[in-house]
Design a protein around this ligand. Structure first.
Ligand SMILES: Nc1ncnc2c1ncn2[C@@H]1O[C@H](COP(=O)(O)OP(=O)(O)OP(=O)(O)O)[C@@H](O)[C@H]1O
Length: 288
C-alpha cells in the first residue's frame, strides 16, 4: 500500500491495446467546501489524483469523506472552489465530456418499456430511431435481457432493473463511467453475479471507471487501483495498486492469497479511518 496519492502506476500494460476508449482524469490541488448555514465546511483538501486512460479506480472511505463530491466534479455536477479537474488535460466543462453515471438507485422511467429506457440517453443525443433500437437491442443481448425488451420495467426484479440501467449507460459508449455504489441495493448473490458480468462488459470497451463503494472486497475485486480517503476534510490517505490477473472471478476472494493480502492491508486502515470519522461526529454532537 502506498501512502498518499500520485505515485501509483497502472498495473496492466494492456490498457492501450485493443479498443480501449478511456481518457485520463486529473485532480490538481482540489479544495472544496460547502456552506452549512453561514459556515463553510471543508470537504476536500489538497486532493490530487491522476487516473490513467482506461484505468478502473475505486474510492473507499468513511461516510461523508467526499467520495461522491469528487465523482460529481468529474461529471461536471459541481465545480471545485479551488484547483482543477481535467479530462485528457482539458478542464471539465458542460457538455464537453463523454461521462455517464450509474447509481445504486437505477432511476428507470416507470412509464417506459425496457428497450425504451435503454434508448433514453441516445434519444437525448438525437440518435436516429432505427440506430437507437439496434444499439439498445445489442446491449439488451449483452446483459441477457433480450426477451424482456418490450416488458414493463415495473415487473422486473431489482437485479434485472440494474442490468437495464447498465445497458442504458453503456449503450452510450461513455469514455468515463462514474459509478456510485451501483450494486449496493442488490442482494449478495445478484451483486456477485453483476460484479462479474459488469467487469467482463467493461473489459470489452474499457472506459475509464471511477467507482465509489463502501465494500472493500468489491473494490479490490474490480479495480486496478483502490484509493482510500480520510474524512474532515476529505483527502487521500492511502492507495493500493491491485495486480490480480484479469478476468477477475468471484473465487479470487476465497482462493487468491494476493486478494487476501490486499484485503488485510487495506481493511485495517479503512476501519481506522471510519473509527476516526465516527469519533469526530460524536465529539461534534457533544459540543452541539
Ligand atoms: N450540496 C451540499 N450541500 C452541503 N453539504 C453537502 C452537499 N453535498 C455534500 N455535502 C456534505 O459534504 C460531505 C461529503 O459528502 P459526500 O456525499 O461527497 O460524501 P461521501 O463520502 O460520498 O459519503 P457517503 O459514503 O455517505 O455517500 C458530507 O459531510 C455532506 O454532508
Amino acid at each position: 500500500m502506498t501512502e498518499s496519492a500520485g505515485t501509483a502506476t497502472l498495473n496492466r500494460d494492456d490498457a492501450s491495446k485493443g479498443n480501449a476508449r478511456g481518457v485520463s482524469i486529473t485532480f490538481e490541488d482540489v479544495n472544496h467546501s460547502f456552506l452549512h448555514g453561514d459556515t463553510p465546511v471543508r470537504v476536500l483538501t489538497d486532493f490530487n489524483l491522476d487516473i490513467k486512460p482506461s484505468e478502473f479506480v475505486s474510492i473507499v472511505g468513511p461516510s461523508g469523506c467526499g467520495k461522491t463530491t469528487a465523482l460529481g466534479m468529474i461529471g461536471n455536477l459541481l465545480k471545485p472552489r479551488a484547483g482543477s479537474v481535467k479530462i485528457d488535460g482539458a478542464p471539465v466543462k458542460p457538455g464537453g465530456n463523454d461521462a455517464a453515471f450509474l447509481f445504486a438507485r437505477d432511476a428507470l422511467l416507470p412509464w417506459r418499456r425496457v428497450r425504451s429506457n435503454v434508448e433514453l440517453g441516445l434519444e437525448v443525443r438525437g440518435v436516429p430511431k432505427t440506430e437507437r433500437k439496434d444499439r439498445a437491442d445489442e446491449w439488451l443481448r449483452r446483459v441477457r435481457l433480450s426477451e424482456f425488451a418490450d416488458s414493463d420495467v415495473n415487473h422486473l426484479s431489482q437485479g434485472m432493473r440494474q442490468r437495464v440501467a447498465i445497458a442504458r449507460t453503456l449503450v452510450q459508449n461513455p469514455q468515463v463511467l462514474l459509478m456510485d455504489e451501483p450494486f449496493a441495493a442488490l442482494d449478495a448473490q445478484t451483486r456477485a453475479i453483476q460484479q462479474e458480468e459488469f467487469t467482463s462488459l467493461w473489459e470489452a470497451e474499457r472506459p475509464t471507471v471511477v467507482f465509489v463503494t463502501h465494500d472493500l472486497e468489491e473494490a479490490i475485486l474490480l479495480s486496478d487501483r483502490v484509493i482510500l480517503m480520510a474524512s474532515r476534510p476529505g483527502r487521500i490517505a492511502a492507495e493500493m495498486t491491485i495486480e490480480l490477473e484479469r478476468p477477475r472471478r468471484q473465487e479470487m476472494r476465497r482462493e487468491s492469497p494476493l486478494f487476501k493480502q490486499y484485503y488485510e492491508e487495506m481493511s485495517d486502515r479503512l476501519r481506522h479511518e471510519v473509527q476516526l470519522a465516527e469519533d469526530r461526529m460524536r465529539e461534534e454532537n457533544v459540543i452541539d
